[in-house]
Design a protein around this ligand. Structure first.
Ligand code: ITT
Length: 183
C-alpha cells in the first residue's frame, strides 16, 4: 500500500515524505485534475482528490494538497490564486506590493484532501507569520518572504518547517486520523 500524492510540486512531496516516513510510502502521481474555480481551498482539494481517485481506478488512496498564502492587508490576496500569482507576477513582486503596507501579517493555509473507495476526508493546517524581504535558499514558492519566529521558511530545513508549517499541521492531523483508522 502507498499513498499517492497527486501534485506537480516536488517541494510538497518532500515535506509529506519526511512527515509520513514511518506510516506509509508516498508516491508522487501527476494527474491533471480539474481545478475548480472557488474561494474555498477545501472545495478545490476535495474535488481534485475525488476526481483523481475515480479516474485512476486503483485501490491505493490519493491525497491532494491545496495551499494558499493570505495577506491580511491585501484582503487575503492571493489566497486560492497563489499558484497563478506566483506564475504571473512572482514572489518578489508580491513582496513589493505587501512592503507598501504597514501591516505585514500573513497566513499560509493547506487543505489536504484524502480519497479512497470509502469516501473523502479533509485536514487543514495554518500558520501565521510576517512578510519580509526574501531570505534563504531552502523550501519553495513563497517561503523566502514568509517569516515565523525570526526565520523565513526558506531558512529552515524540511523538518523544522514541518514542525511549524501549514502543511506540517495538516499532515499531523491526517497522520493521526490515518493511524486510528488502520488500528
Ligand atoms: P499542485 O497544484 O500540482 O499540487 P501547485 O504548486 O500549483 O502544485 P498550489 O496551488 O497548492 O500547488 O500552490 C499554491 C501556491 O503556493 C504555489 O505558488 C506554491 O508554490 C505556493 N506554495 C504552496 N505551498 C507552499 C509552501 O509550503 N511554502 C511556500 N509556498 C507554497
Amino acid at each position: 500500500m502507498a499513498i499517492r500524492f497527486v501534485t506537480s510540486n516536488e517541494g510538497k512531496v518532500r515535506e509529506a515524505r519526511e512527515y509520513l516516513a514511518d506510516i506509509e510510502p508516498v508516491e508522487q502521481v501527476q494527474y491533471d485534475y480539474t481545478e475548480i474555480q472557488s474561494d474555498s481551498l477545501e472545495e478545490i482539494a476535495t474535488h481534485g482528490a475525488r476526481e483523481t481517485f475515480d479516474a485512476l481506478e486503483d485501490d491505493d488512496p490519493v491525497i491532494v494538497d491545496d495551499t494558499g498564502l493570505f495577506v491580511d492587508a491585501l484582503g487575503g490576496f492571493p489566497g486560492p490564486y497563489s499558484a497563478y500569482v506566483e506564475d504571473t507576477v512572482g514572489v518578489d513582486r508580491l513582496w513589493r506590493l505587501a512592503s507598501e503596507e504597514e501591516d505585514k501579517r500573513a497566513r499560509f493555509t493547506t487543505v489536504l484532501a484524502y480519497a479512497d473507495e470509502t469516501g473523502t476526508e479533509t485536514f487543514t493546517g495554518s500558520v501565521a507569520g510576517t512578510l519580509v524581504a526574501p531570505r534563504g535558499e531552502g523550501g519553495f514558492g513563497y517561503d523566502p518572504i514568509f517569516e515565523y519566529n525570526g526565520q523565513t521558511l526558506a531558512e529552515m530545513d524540511t523538518e523544522e518547517k514541518n514542525a511549524i508549517s501549514h502543511r506540517g499541521r495538516a499532515l499531523a492531523a491526517f497522520a493521526e486520523w490515518y493511524a486510528d483508522r488502520e488500528a
